[in-house]
Design a protein around this ligand. Structure first.
Ligand code: ADP
Length: 180
């Protein structure tokens, strides 16, 4: 039977969440960086970076829209799913939206393949990568809801959106009320 997951918003630092998997807004090199990526590597310790390096050595850089999984080192989460969002490029909106949607779909798919039931996403691409926050929130929720509906075999119970800033939190809270 398909479970109907709870979609909710939290203001908590994603590195503190004891969920089955947190998602990292990484870059293609998977070598760590600023923003949420830096926070995850700092809090999780060197094991995550070693695992990322092994993945890049084996299969090359992670393409935008794709995702890979590592363990979570010292984090309270079970796994880290690293995905690479698009760098916002005005004028290329449709391609940017498709790549961002793919980040969420691929992360959910990988999580499902690893038995994940609770997962937390940051607001991918809305920091240094400058994706407009209102558009990113709409694309995100459409992609997640569509994936859940088209993947009846999933076992997710909780999908959290870790919204680190007020604008994102307000956007997600509003959209989730409109389409719970
Ligand atoms: P990107 O390069 O994909 O834009 P950023 O890390 O710059 O990634 O930003 C993505 C989002 O993550 C931003 O909304 C930022 O506020 C948020 N963020 C930064 N640190 C954390 C954290 N520790 N927990 C949750 N979200 C965070």
């Amino acid at each position: 039977m398909t479970s109907v997951p709870r979609l909710s918003v939290t203001s908590d630092d994603i590195t503190t969440l004891a969920v089955d998997a947190i998602v990292n807004a990484a870059n293609s090199s998977l070598q760590g960086g600023g923003g949420v990526d830096g926070a995850i590597h700092r809090a999780g310790g060197p094991a995550i970076l070693s695992a990322c390096r092994a993945i890049v050595a084996a299969q090359g850089p992670c393409r935008p829209g794709d995702a890979v999984v590592t363990d979570a080192g010292e984090l309270p989460a079970g796994l880290v799913i690293h995905t690479v969002g698009p760098v916002w490029n005005p004028g290329d909106d449709e391609a940017m939206k498709a790549t961002l949607a793919s980040c969420y779909r691929r992360s959910l798919q990988l999580g499902m393949e690893h038995g994940v039931r609770s997962i937390a996403f940051p607001n991918i691409s809305t920091g240094v990568y400058r994706f407009p926050k209102p558009l990113a929130a709409a694309v995100t929720l459409d992609a997640v809801i569509e994936w859940l509906e088209s993947t009846p075999e999933h076992r997710y119970t909780d999908i959290l959106f870790a919204c680190f800033d007020d604008e994102n939190r307000n956007l997600y809270e509003t959209l989730l009320v409109e389409s719970p």
